[in-house]
Design a protein around this ligand. Sequence first.
Ligand SMILES: *Cc1c(COP(=O)(O)O)cnc(C)c1O
Length: 393
Amino acid sequence: MMTPVENNLSYILNHLHEDRQSYAGATSPPIMQTAKHAFESVAEMRNAMINESDSFVYGRGHNPTTAILEKKLAALDGAEAALVVNSGSTAISAAVMAHIHQGEHIISINKPYYWATALFDNVIKELNVETTYVDGTDITNIASAIRPNTKIIYLESPNSWTYELQDLDAVGQLARRHGILTIIDNTYCTPLYQRPLDFGIDISLQSASKYIGGHGDVIAGVICAKKELIEPIIGGPFMTFGLQTSPFHSWLLLRGLRTLPVRLERISITTKKIVEYLKAHPAVEEIIFPFDPDFPQYALAKKQMKDAFGLITIVLKNKSRQSIESFCNHLEYFTMAVSWGGYESQVMPGCVTVPDGSFDGNNRGHRLIRLAIGLEDAGVLIDDLGKALEISR
Ligand SMILES: *Cc1c(COP(=O)(O)O)cnc(C)c1O
């Protein structure tokens, strides 16, 4: 008999909440492709319906395949409960919408994930909720933005382009003193490398389309928190808007989870080799990576993240748009695409959203190039980068 140790990664990923005897010993859980669940008696049905956030009644609510995934994701985050939704963006909007009311105030760190900004600046604004954006690298900026009606402090640490961090322990303490809810987008680290709830953050969410899925073939999101904070999300936006993921997507995410630690380990080793190579390359002016000793918040990164990996942002010495585009166009092993966290390495230049004629070589933001490291051989990637850098000089 397996000893259930809920903080043991191998136990969580391979055994927690799997009931193989009930499905003929199948090692992979079934995809419970059902829209409803039948009951034996009125009493049983009544109990389930009264307690719908904990029972299987209807497919817009909970599903048994998704429930296996949720139990594992909650355990990884050290959370009481997890809710899987149909995208990372949904995780952000559902968590915020469930906990904000008309006339309240949100403090958000500068430049969160684009669709969080769209939520704050468009959707939420319509409800007469104001959002103040602050530079979250300094806790005093957050503290001085607090108003009597501040309800939520919204964090993303690190962010996915320039990796600014917030001191999670300090923000958690500040928010508790003022009775403010804290929400963090933890997509960069995943709970394997940063567990925000351990630092006193209330709600930790992530896009599962990145590392949890891990194969670039599913869109989903995860919200982890105490049960009392998840319940209003279920009874609010989740059920009314129909934000559930499909059983098949949950199954794909379960499959992704099995290999999450080895994938991240491999990505981490490769990332470090590439960082070292790029740092020494004469065509590269700057490299932005949280575990690089020159990173402005290196000490904080080391303190609250178990590792940095996957995403590297570089600035080329040559300031022309042509040089950036030539570098990206000549990479053979880096797919040019949005998103990240899959098996394949990717490249995306910041200037892709800068209209023709508006590019400014003196604007660092226009010159950023983000690399997402996948599972390829490090030597192959370094060789590829070397050739593209030479051509773009
Ligand atoms: C991708 C991403 C999201 C949104 O996730 P989707 O699954 O694409 O909706 C949110 N936050 C971060 C940091 C992301 O990288």
